[in-house]
Design a protein around this ligand. Sequence first.
Ligand code: F6P
Length: 445
Amino acid sequence: MFTRDVLALSQADLVVRELGKRRYVSPLAHELDGRRDTVHWVGESDRVLLDDTRAMAVNRGIDVGQLPAFEPAGPRKTLYFDPSTTRVGIVTCGGLCPGLNNVVRGLVLELNDRYGIHDVVGFQGGYRGLTVDGAKTTTVLTRSVVHDIQNRGGTVLGTSRGAQDPDEMVDTLVERGITVLFVIGGDGSLRGAQRIAEAATARGYDLAVVGVPKTIDNDIPFIDRSFGFETAFTRAAESIRAASTEARSTPNGVGLVKLMGRHSGFIACYATLAQHDVDFVVIPEVPFRFEGHGGLLDALRRRVDANGHAVVVVAESAGQDLLQTAGTDASGNARLADIGTLTRDRVVNHFARENVELSLRYVDPGYAIRSVAANGYDAEYCLRLAQAAVHAALAGRTAMVVGMWHGRFVHIPIPLATSGRNQVDPDGDLWMAVLEATGQPARFS
Ligand code: F6P
């Protein structure tokens, strides 16, 4: 998310929908009195500022008290739903991401232990699980079902891509008396969650739909980092290490690594910084060319001449303008053409043309970076997101996601969280850090 996008927003964009007046005293109410307003705990009437620099705030030219700000996440003393009669549904949608099981487990145990809610159903296979046919097979999510799932990659609920009819899904929820639905999914799934919330409202059904944004690509706006991203780039850095080891061990060795990231180069950038052993990175946000003086192949050849080896990282969505793309998937996402193998072939041809020896090792970890269990950072983050999601839903918030913004857990309306895409800013500090770490030119042109 770029500064200009943030500056275009006003308070109206940040308001989270509430189902109505809160009528029930929370089982947590007695504990909340003892808590202080500190940097770790935000008072309910407090707000977390959207802007994070003085210049941005000053630029708005309005009173400090009027600055756009998010509602803080956390437990409320009063609830919209009566925990003793509340039924809950959980669904995981879209591609795999480390931490899915941690979020499911966190939701179930928070509901059980803090709110005394034991009626929790897992819908299987993404939104398909909420259709008439899909809902014939559900999983009752008890403490024993979730007790060790955090140690496994994937999702115990299964997942799928693609939309389903929101009215049919609301039918399923109404039939089962479910009034709280947690959706763990990426931007397409969150748009689906918004449609479910709207379909429920249209028929006057009180339903809280709360999302936990999921993607290894880290491209959801207004969220510092999406869960699973850190695990994924840490795993990706291991592939860079392998490619680097191979490259250093062979004459004129080139290690080429292709990494996921459908529209954003965050995984490529962070893995590069984590391993700090990369010579060139190409990402979708910075167009590049292979040929000619100053092109990638020329720069690579010169680096190999100088050092005897080199490592190149290619984000899967880089250089799509150099290839023919091939339609869309079930979620409507463009199917990417293979820039990894194209780069491999171009490097091999270039060195052959120049009559220079080359030992190229191509590493594509593919799905291996996202099918693993969450690391410690993501495990902790997932649990806190799950806790925040439960507090929000029970308090009657809907059509929103929980996320961390400037280090604070906040409520974000789904339309805002799906309004755009986080991308690496070619003029921002992340890309500058990558350029410093690799020593590559700012542009291959
Ligand atoms: O969006 C997450 C992601 O892992 C991307 O990095 C990748 O392009 C895509 O999903 C692959 O999805 P699929 O599971 O449909 O192959």
